[in-house]
Design a protein around this ligand. Structure first.
Ligand code: G6P
Length: 607
C-alpha cells in the first residue's frame, strides 16, 4: 500500500510534495519521506509516524530543489520506523514504492552476495539497489530500469529520482496504480488523481506494465515490451479543495452526519421520482438473463454485499455467491457463463477486489462495479459502472460509503426483479417509495446521537462486545462489530442471533455487552428469544429497536437505542447509524485516533 508522488518542477517542490502526501494519507500513515535533487545531491528527509513529523523535520532541515519524489507508508515489510521509511536511496538514486515485491528475499540475497549492504528491512529497497547497480555499471537510467523491471515479481508503482539527472523522474507500474499529471511547464506522477488535484486536472492513467520517463517537457511512456505508446489524457474531476472537517470533531463524525444527504444524492441517480420507478444507467447486456450473481468485496463493502444478497435473492430470485476478495480466486470459484460479477468498493482500488475483478473478466463474466471513486481502476475496468455519490470519505472506518452502496444495491436488485418480470409496477413503486423515505429516516436516527454518546461510557470499559442480528440485520451486526474494533480497539464479533447458542453464548458474563439489532417485524420475536437466552446468563443487553420493539422487550436492558419505525428494506441503512455512532462515541471515550486508527489504512492496495 502507500501513496507516492513525484514532481518535475520549475521551482521548489518540497511543499507541494508534502501537500500531495497529505491528500494520500488515506493510503497509509506509518511514516513518510521526501527526496529532492539539489546542486548535484540527493536531499532526503524521512520521519516515523504521522506526516506532521515529516513537516517538522522539513522545517528544521529543508529540502530545496525543483525535482523530487515523496511517499506515505503503510508498512508491509519492516516495522514502521524511520529506517524503513521511503524514499530508499543509494549514492545514485532515490526510489519510492507502492506495492509488494514478492521475490525480494532472493533479490536481497543476490545483492548481498554482491557485497551490497541494505539499510532497511523493506522489500522496496532491493529495487533501489538493483537499479543503482546497473547505473554504477554504466547503464543509462532508462536501460537500468528496463533491465530490472522484468525481474520483479509482485505489484508495484515506482517513482525514481537519479542524482545525476535532475531533469527527469522515471515511473513504472504493474498491479498498483500510477498516473501522470500534465502541468504548465511541469509534470507530475502520483498514485492517484486526488494527490495531484491542486497541481493539475489533466491526467493520464498508466496501463498495466507501463513505465515512463517524466520530464517538464517531452515525457515519454513505454509499454511493458519497451515500445513507445500514447495514452489518453483525461480531465479529472478530483477536487483540489482541501476536504475540511467543518464544525465536526472528526471526519468520521462528519461523514456519519452526511448520510441523509449523500444517500439522497445517490438515490437521485437510481430512481425516477416522477413515476417512482427504478432508473439504472444504460448497459448493453440483458440483465433479465442473469442466472447467478457473484459478489466480491472487502471489509465494510463486503457487509454491504451480504445485505444485498438478501435483496437479490428475495426480489430477483437469483442465487448469489459472495466472498471476501482475498479468498475468492484461491478457492477456484465456479463462474457460470454469462454470470454477473459485482465488485463493491469505496476506493475502487482495493488490491484483492481488483484482482478478483480481473479474474472474473478473464473468465467471461459481465463486470459490475459499485464504487465511490469514479476514476478508480475498478470503475475504469467495469462493464457496468454503478457509482455511489458519497463524496470523498476520509475517515478510515467506512460509514457513508456503506449506506450509499446499500442504496445502489437495493435499486439494482429491484431493477433486476423488474426486468425478470418478478416485480410488478405497483411493487416497484412501493420499493422506490420506501427507498426515498431513507434520507428522512436516517435523519431521525441521527437525532439519537446524544443518547448514544451518553451510553458510550458503559461500553468503553468492555474487553469484548458481541453484536447479534437476524436476516438482513445479521450483516449489520458484523459491520457494527467491525466498526467498534477498527476505531476503539475493543474486541467485537457479529453473530447471527440464532447462532449464539452454538458457541458464542459461552462467552457471556456481565462484562460482555451484547448489542442486539432488532427492528420490530416478523423476525423480532425470535431475536428476543435469543436475547433472553443471553440475559438468563447474566449478559448485558443494548437493544436497538423501534418504539414498538422497545416497548415489548426493552425492559431490563443495560441501555436501549430507539430508531424510527421503518420498512424492512431500508432497515439496514437506518440501523447502520446507531452502530456507527456507538463505535464513534466509544472510541472518543477511549481517546483513540478515530480518523486514522492504528495499523489500518483507508485503501488497501496490496494483496
Ligand atoms: C479498508 C478500510 C475499510 C474498507 C475496506 C475495503 O480495510 O479500512 O474501511 O471497508 O478497506 O475498502 P474498499 O475501498 O474496497 O471499500
Amino acid at each position: 500500500m502507500c501513496g507516492i508522488i513525484g514532481i518535475v518542477g520549475n521551482r521548489g517542490v518540497a511543499d507541494r510534495l508534502v501537500d500531495g502526501l497529505k491528500r494520500m494519507e488515506y493510503r497509509g500513515y506509518d511514516s513518510a519521506g521526501i527526496c529532492t535533487i539539489h546542486d548535484g545531491d540527493l536531499v532526503r528527509r524521512r520521519a516515523e509516524g504521522k506526516l506532521a513529523n515529516l513537516v517538522e523535520e522539513l522545517a528544521a532541515h529543508p529540502a530545496p530543489g525543483a525535482i523530487g519524489i515523496a511517499h506515505t507508508r503503510w508498512a508491509t515489510h519492516g516495522a514502521p520506523i524511520a529506517k524503513n521509511a521511503h524514499p530508499h536511496a543509494t549514492d545514485h538514486l532515490a526510489l519510492v514504492h507502492n506495492g509488494i515485491i514478492e521475490n525480494y528475499k532472493e533479490l536481497r540475497a543476490e545483492l548481498s552476495v554482491d557485497g551490497r549492504t541494505l539499510e532497511s528491512d523493506t522489500d522496496s529497497e532491493v529495487v533501489a539497489h538493483l537499479i543503482s547497480r546497473e547505473v554504477e555499471n554504466g547503464a543509462e537510467p532508462t536501460d537500468a530500469v528496463q533491465t530490472v523491471l522484468p525481474r520483479l515479481r509482485g505489484a508495484f508503482a515506482l517513482a525514481i529520482a537519479f542524482r545525476d539527472y535532475p531533469d527527469f523522474l522515471i515511473g513504472a507500474r504493474r498491479g498498483s496504480p500510477l498516473v501522470i499529471g500534465w502541468g504548465d511547464d511541469e509534470t507530475y506522477i502520483g498514485s492517484d488523481a486526488l494527490a495531484l488535484a491542486p497541481l493539475t486536472q489533466q491526467i493520464t492513467y498508466l496501463e498495466e506494465g507501463d513505465w515512463t520517463v517524466v520530464r517538464r517537457d517531452g515525457t515519454v511512456i513505454y509499454d511493458e515490451a519497451g515500445q513507445k505508446v500514447e495514452r489518453e489524457v483525461t480531465t479529472s474531476g478530483a477536487s483540489a479543495a482541501a476536504v475540511e472537517k467543518g464544525n465536526y470533531r472528526h471526519f468520521m463524525q462528519k461523514e456519519i452526519f452526511e448520510q441523509p444527504t449523500v444517500v439522497a444524492q445517490t438515490l437521485g441517480s437510481y430512481v425516477r421520482q416522477a413515476d417512482n420507478s427504478v432508473a439504472l444507467p444504460q448497459f448493453d447486456f440483458d440483465i433479465s438473463s442473469i442466472r447467478r450473481v457473484t459478489i466480491v468485496a472487502c471489509g465494510t463493502s463486503y457487509y454491504a454485499g451480504l445485505v444485498a444478497k438478501y435483496w437479490f435473492e428475495q426480489f430477483a430470485r437469483v442465487p448469489v455467491d459472495i466472498d471476501v476478495a482475498s479468498e475468492f480466486r484461491y478457492r477456484e470459484p465456479v463462474l457460470e457463463e454469462g454470470g454477473l460479477s459485482l465488485f463493491i468498493s469505496q476506493s475502487g482500488e482495493t488490491a484483492d477486489t481488483l484482482a478478483a475483478l480481473r479474474h472474473c473478466k478473464e473468465n467471461g463474466q459481465t463486470i459490475g462495479a459499485v464504487v465511490n471513486v469514479p476514476t478508480s481502476s475498478m470503475a475504469r475496468e467495469a462493464d457496468l459502472l454503478l457509482p455511489t455519490h458519497a463524496g470523498p470519505e476520509i475517515g478510515v472506518a467506512s460509514t457513508k460509503a456503506f449506506t450509499c452502496q446499500l442504496a445502489v444495491l437495493a435499486a439494482l436488485a429491484a431493477h433486476m426483479a423488474v426486468k425478470k418480470g418478478l416485480m410488478g409496477r405497483e411493487e416497484e413503486q412501493k420499493v422506490v417509495e420506501h427507498l426515498l423515505q431513507a434520507p428522512a429516516c436516517l435523519n431521525a436516527a441521527l437525532d439519537h446521537d446524544e443518547d448514544i454518546a451518553a451510553m458510550a461510557p458503559l461500553i468503553a470499559p468492555a474487553r469484548d462486545v458481541l453484536y447479534i442480528g437476524r436476516g438482513q440485520d445479521f450483516p449489520l451486526a458484523m459491520e457494527g462489530a467491525l466498526k467498534l474494533k477498527e476505531i476503539s480497539y475493543i474486541h467485537a464479533e457479529g453473530y447471527a442471533s440464532g447462532e449464539m447458542k452454538h458457541g458464542p453464548i459461552a462467552l457471556i458474563d456481565d462484562e460482555v455487552p451484547v448489542i442486539v439489532i432488532a427492528p420490530s417485524g416478523p423476525l423480532f420475536e425470535k431475536t428476543v428469544s435469543n436475547m433472553e437466552e443471553v440475559r438468563a446468563r447474566g449478559g448485558q443487553i443494548v437493544l436497538i429497536s423501534d418504539a414498538k420493539g422497545l416497548a415489548e422487550a426493552g425492559e431490563g436492558c443495560l441501555a436501549t437505542i430507539e430508531m424510527p419505525e421503518v420498512h424492512p428494506l431500508i432497515a439496514p441503512l437506518v440501523y447502520a447509524i446507531p452502530v456507527q455512532l456507538l463505535a464513534y462515541h466509544v472510541a472518543c471515550v477511549k481517546g483513540t485516533d478515530v480518523d486514522q486508527p492504528r495499523n489500518l489504512a483507508k485503501s488497501v492496495t496490496v494483496e
